[in-house]
Design a protein around this ligand. Structure first.
Ligand code: AMP
Ligand code: ZN
Length: 493
């Protein structure tokens, strides 16, 4: 029997504003679409948090033995500055600034995105379609919406008629807005002459001569609007109605609202059953964002080369730090928080590594493996509550130490079950690699720590020739030292 049959998974649906029991459209199968990055710049930790949240969600769905088709796109055209309908394309602008082809920008930052997700142990999606690879499908979607009378062409651009759509549908169903409010709050930026109303949004834009990313269409040479790609590609790979659509909270409006409008206009009734939104990673209380410069890059954390950090942190620690918050809560990034996570992570990993060496007794005392296992699953079944699952993992850590110290006992059978279930929770579901137990990093860390201590001693003795030699030779061996206020950390490069 498939595992999901024994679970009642609940997830918070942004569309209803409630936790709902998860019932996929087709039993046993899950179609999930997540908005991917706009690849015009290096991915920052905020972006990564959202992708890591959905990685964990897809991991859990797979662990429950659902047959998952996870689609996550690459936005490589159409996303203009300030998320607006006019202005320069983000990719083209970066290509202009760096004097390279737009597709070089796309390639460079797609590779960076994949590398960083790999380091954080995020699994690749099943399909990763790009907007430029689906221009034909997008043109078909525009034609379809025009055929339904819900879009109009002006001067080579096509706009979605929000007012007309709103006569029979609710524009704002996801974000809880209504057209009246939008009319009052609309930005002057969007009030372009071509549009019937400023709330209308572009499906297709005419390319001005300087706009280099351009394709022929029935309306002349142009490029697709930002929201169009997700509707076209999710429909192509998951059908007119699918189970889960995810993305960061900041995409709820206008991006996801417009996706719903486009799909409904195409005749796809209730296109998405469950809308999931991940909350933001902040730095100094402000959203991490590319545009404001208030962000940290993953490689800065892995090398410790950012002034807000006292040392380097491994990708495993960064992943653990993010999982210690629920995906719908805001998480603030700080050196103190990472340092606390590092301690917790090491404690968890070292407890797992000693589990197999624990002495077995005829019976288990001081711990109920079944209860613990159920509580762990209950946490994940309750809208993927990773912080509660981690708290349960620490319950097991405590028990392992008690057995080691002789204040509790474990039977051989329970030891094997505990080991197996920790593997499921820690590796399969949370995506944390067992660094201490399996790949011998522990030894490396100890050896490097011995050298760091010898270097500190040499410095105290004012033997700078020796201290520099230790630092340089470690660097040659691929280990970079990073001096903090009170201690020295290191990272492998
Ligand atoms: P973008 O590349 O700007 O299209 O964003 C890619 C993804 O990162 C989207 O799902 C955003 O919602 C998400 N995102 C952007 N900033 C943050 C942040 N500070 N915290 C969490 N997710 C973010
Ligand atoms: Zn999208």
């Amino acid at each position: 029997m498939k595992r999901y049959k024994q679970h009642q998974l609940k997830l918070y649906n942004s569309l209803s504003g409630k936790k709902e029991v998860f019932e996929p459209l087709t039993e046993g199968y899950v179609g999930m679409y997540v908005c991917g990055p706009t690849v015009y710049n290096k991915v920052h930790l905020g972006n990564l948090r959202t992708f890591l949240s959905f990685d964990t969600i897809s991991r859990y769905l797979r662990h429950l033995e659902y047959n998952v088709r996870y689609v996550r796109n690459i936005t490589d055209v159409g996303h203009l500055e300030q998320d607006a309908d006019s202005g320069e394309d983000r990719i083209s602008k970066e290509a202009r600034l760096q004097s390279v082809e737009p597709m070089q920008i796309v390639q460079r930052y797609t590779v960076d995105f994949h590398n960083m997700l790999n380091r954080l142990n995020c699994l690749p999606p099943d399909i990763e379609p790009s907007a430029t690879g689906h221009i034909i499908e997008q043109i078909e979607t525009v034609k379809n919406i025009m055929d339904k009378g819900l879009a109009y062409e002006v001067n080579g651009s096509v706009y979605f008629d929000v007012f007309k759509y709103n006569e029979t549908n609710h524009y704002g169903i996801l974000s809880g807005r209504n057209l009246e409010d939008l009319i009052h709050n609309s930005r002057s930026l969007d009030s372009q002459q071509d549009k019937k109303n400023p709330q209308d949004f572009a499906l297709w834009k005419k390319a001005e001569p300087e706009h280099i990313m351009r394709w022929p269409s029935p309306w002349g040479v142009g490029f697709p609007g930002w929201h169009l790609e997700c509707t076209s590609m999710s429909t192509k790979y998951l059908g007119p109605q699918f189970d889960i659509h995810g993305g960061g909270m900041d995409l709820k409006f206008p991006h996801h609202e417009c996706e719903i409008a486009q799909s409904e206009a195409c005749g796809h009734k209730d296109p998405v059953k469950y809308w999931l939104h991940a909350n933001m990673l902040t730095l100094n209380g402000q959203k991490m964002a590319k545009s404001t410069g208030n962000n940290i890059l993953p490689e800065e954390v892995f090398s410790g080369s950012n002034p807000v950090l006292s040392k380097a942190y491994t990708p495993g620690v960064v992943r653990f730090f993010m999982l210690q918050a629920h995906y719908r809560s805001i998480l603030d990034f700080s050196d103190d928080a990472l340092s606390a996570s590092e301690k917790g992570f090491q404690k968890l990993m070292s407890a797992i590594s000693i589990l197999s060496q624990l002495p077995a007794s005829p019976r288990t005392t001081g711990f109920d493996v079944d209860d613990w296992l159920n509580r762990g699953y209950q946490a994940m079944d309750d809208d993927f509550n990773t912080p509660i699952l981690i708290a349960e993992l620490f319950g097991a850590v405590k028990f392992i130490h008690q057995v080691k110290e002789g204040t509790a006992t474990v039977s051989e059978d329970d030891k094997v079950r505990l080991e197996k279930q920790l593997g499921y929770f820690v590796q399969d579901v949370l995506g944390l690699e067992l660094v201490v137990a399996e790949n011998g990093n522990n030894h490396l860390e100890k050896v490097v720590q011995i050298l760091i201590d010898m270097r500190a001693q040499a410095r105290d003795n004012k033997d700078f020739a020796l201290s520099d030699k230790i630092r340089d030779q470690l660097l040659d061996a691929g280990i970079q030292l990073k001096d903090g206020k009170d201690s020295t950390g290191f990272t492998s490069i």
